[in-house]
Ligand binder design. Structure first.
Ligand code: CA
Length: 416
């Protein structure tokens, strides 16, 4: 009757825009993990590979208490990545996220560092189990930006905790009692940065098995742009009794849910106005409505027709002018605004424009000046305030960056 892993699937995809895959995964019951490496010149691959390697090293020995054991392995992985990065100049600054899960004695334990995520699907609803260690998530948790702003934030890839950059690392842990039918999902931000939680849930509910679900998740992330490597690990808990039957092809992820249950849930969702899968699709940015055109079905007499055509042409031109004027105004306004953030290399950077991305990857900002100051050198307590993307004048923004470069921002004085 003991709870077992009745089904599992793990897969990783390079995505549509990267040339190499720096993610790594473990999918070996009862151990599962996702690691998302970072650092140039293949260093990210080395870091994530090392993280999962260390995690897998000790599956025999004493593993109880499970959480403490997992933390020890994660800290060991951190030490090794840190040492490798300090020994080798080309690997300086490399790091990786790591989100790991282990089933033991009917309980699922998680160890987590970074912005990869763990989710659980139970009774048809999806819940995020981990907190992201990212700048944007911290700003959101402290109420400085909204969840909506976080989704499109230009600095959403900056993480505040990782394995590798420091000699030791703080590891989040969670342990929860498993239940027959639970489905756990571990994934890198190449999935969650591309599709919403509602889309993830809807795919998990409709897939016929975990292999199919994993493939569908990757396909959906790629269809939404595939900007990053995508890694998905899934496992399902089942009673020992039906472990053999769990692989039956007609079983769906909805588990014991009947069509009536699903319909009832859909009804509740629409009543309470909670965003269901359909609502999520409707929320996505849509193309602008076509310009208004007069109906052509009723044909007026010839004299009025010409005037009508002229009026229609005039209206179309006017509408185009209004659109052009609004776009030009927005553009001109965005040229007057600056904000401070970080670039891909983690350096404090001055940007000109507005801190938002439009659909199709159109950025409303451009880099004005990259300082030589790594964002992590700003004291943690000040970091959020400096990198909060407040709109600033050019002078203010430049002064701020200059102060950072001189190390004079902190009245406490950063010694050097
Ligand atoms: Ca990533």
């Amino acid at each position: 009757m003991a709870l077992q892993i009745s089904e599992h699937a793990g897969t990783s995809d390079v995505g549509r825009q990267r040339s190499s895959n720096e993610d790594a995964l473990v999918c070996e019951p009862p151990l599962f993990a996702v690691a998302d490496g970072m650092g140039g010149a293949k260093a990210g691959e080395v870091a994530s590979g090392l993280a999962v390697e260390v995690l897998q090293e000790d599956t025999e020995g004493h593993i109880e208490p499970v959480e403490a054991h997992m933390v020890e392995l994660v800290r060991e992985a951190n030490r090794r990545i840190y040492e490798l990065s300090t020994d080798d100049e080309s690997r300086r600054g490399m790091g990786t996220t790591l989100t790991a899960a282990r089933l033991h004695d009917g309980e699922v334990s998680l160890a987590h560092v970074g912005d990869s995520r763990a989710y659980r699907m139970r009774d048809g609803s999806l819940e995020q189990l981990t907190n992201d260690h990212s700048l944007v998530a911290e700003l959101e948790r402290s109420g400085q930006i909204t969840a909506e702003a976080a989704v499109h934030h230009p600095q959403r890839s900056i993480i505040t905790r990782a394995l590798g950059p420091e000699p030791d690392v703080e590891v989040d842990t969670y342990t929860m009692t498993g239940r027959d039918g639970d489905v756990y999902l571990l994934c890198s931000d190449g999935l969650t940065g591309m599709i919403s939680d509602d889309e993830v849930a809807s795919i998990l509910r409709s897939a016929a098995g975990l292999d199919e679900a994993a493939e569908a998740l990757i396909r959906a992330a790629n269809q939404s742009g595939g900007k990053d490597n995508i890694t998905v690990v899934l496992f399902r808990l089942g009673d020992g009794d039906d472990a053999g039957a769990a692989a039956a092809p007609d079983e769906t992820l909805a588990g014991e849910f009947t069509a009536d249950d699903v319909a009832a849930q859909a009804e509740t969702e629409s009543k309470t106005g909670r965003a269901g899968p359909t609502a999520a699709v409707a929320e996505r940015p849509r193309r602008a409505d076509p310009l208004p055109v007069e109906p052509v079905a009723r044909r007026p007499p010839a004299g009025r027709r010409r005037r009508g055509r002229l009026r229609l042409a005039f209206k179309s031109v006017l509408a185009l002018w209004v659109v052009a004027a609004v776009v030009a105004g927005l553009y001109a306004a965005s040229r007057q605004v600056y904000f401070v953030g970080t670039n891909d290399a983690g350096l404090v950077t001055l940007y000109r424009g507005l801190p938002y991305d439009l659909p199709l990857g159109i950025a409303l900002y451009e880099q004005d000046y990259a300082s030589g100051v790594p964002a992590r050198e700003i004291p943690r307590t000040r970091r959020g305030r400096v990198l909060d993307h407040s709109w600033r004048s050019r002078g203010d923004a430049r002064d701020l960056v200059r102060q950072l470069e001189r190390g004079s921002l902190d009245s406490g004085g950063a010694g050097g």
